[in-house]
Design a protein around this ligand. Structure first.
Ligand code: PAN
Ligand code: ZN
Length: 190
């Protein structure tokens, strides 16, 4: 195939040209938030967009590199900040790099033993997500969190484990600041 460029608007995160945009609204992931009462209220008030992903389309084959921009909007469901669904890669032995372009976030990582790590995301942070770590990004700032991601094109996404069990930690606002807390709903022992 021919080499090509894409162009990223560093403020909005929009990619040009873009042939595939994923839009995640609260209704797509409402059960992932801790405060179900707050989630239901927000759903009734208009079902906000939580994030968008602008994908550059490349063949989903070994050797290619998938790349995209994610934009997580600022906001909270109860005290919990807007975040992505989070996933393992379907091929768990594949890594990923996130380069943050705008905003402030926290990247939650969790391995198959249920051990978690968190990394800050701010303009200029290049976060390495090693193979076998599930990942979810959380916008803890007041502006959109915009980051560029690149990963093996054959990696795929496995949302099922996270949809069932969630992550062992959540990021909530406490005294006006982000705080990483244990998730009470997470099954003990991983
Ligand atoms: C990212 C994510 C993106 C949206 O491109 O797919 O931020 O998050 P969810 O896929 O968890 O909804 C990535 O990690 N790709 O592998
Ligand atoms: Zn990923």
């Amino acid at each position: 195939m021919e080499p090509f460029n894409s162009y990223v608007d560093l403020l909005s995160g929009e990619v040009f040209p873009c042939r595939q945009v994923v839009v995640r609204r609260l209704s797509d992931m409402a059960r992932m938030f801790q405060d179900q009462q707050a989630a239901q209220k927000l759903l009734q008030e208009g079902n906000p967009v939580i994030y968008r992903v602008f994908n550059v389309v490349v063949p989903e084959e070994y050797g290619h590199l998938q790349h995209c921009i994610s934009v997580i909007f600022p906001g909270k469901v109860g005290q919990e900040y807007f975040m992505t669904k989070g996933h393992f890669h379907a091929r768990k032995d594949t890594a990923e790099v996130y380069l943050t372009l705008r905003g402030n976030g926290i990247l939650i990582l969790q391995n198959q033993r249920g051990e978690t790590r968190v990394l800050e995301m701010r303009p200029g942070s290049a976060s390495y997500i090693p193979p076998f770590w599930a990942h979810r990004s959380v916008n803890v700032g007041k502006e959109p969190l915009v980051f560029f991601a690149v990963y093996p094109a054959e990696a795929g996404h496995d949302y099922e484990i996270i949809e069932k069990q969630g992550f062992a930690v959540s990021v909530i606002e406490h005294d006006g600041k982000p705080k990483v807390v244990a998730n009470p709903g997470y099954p003990k022992g991983g």
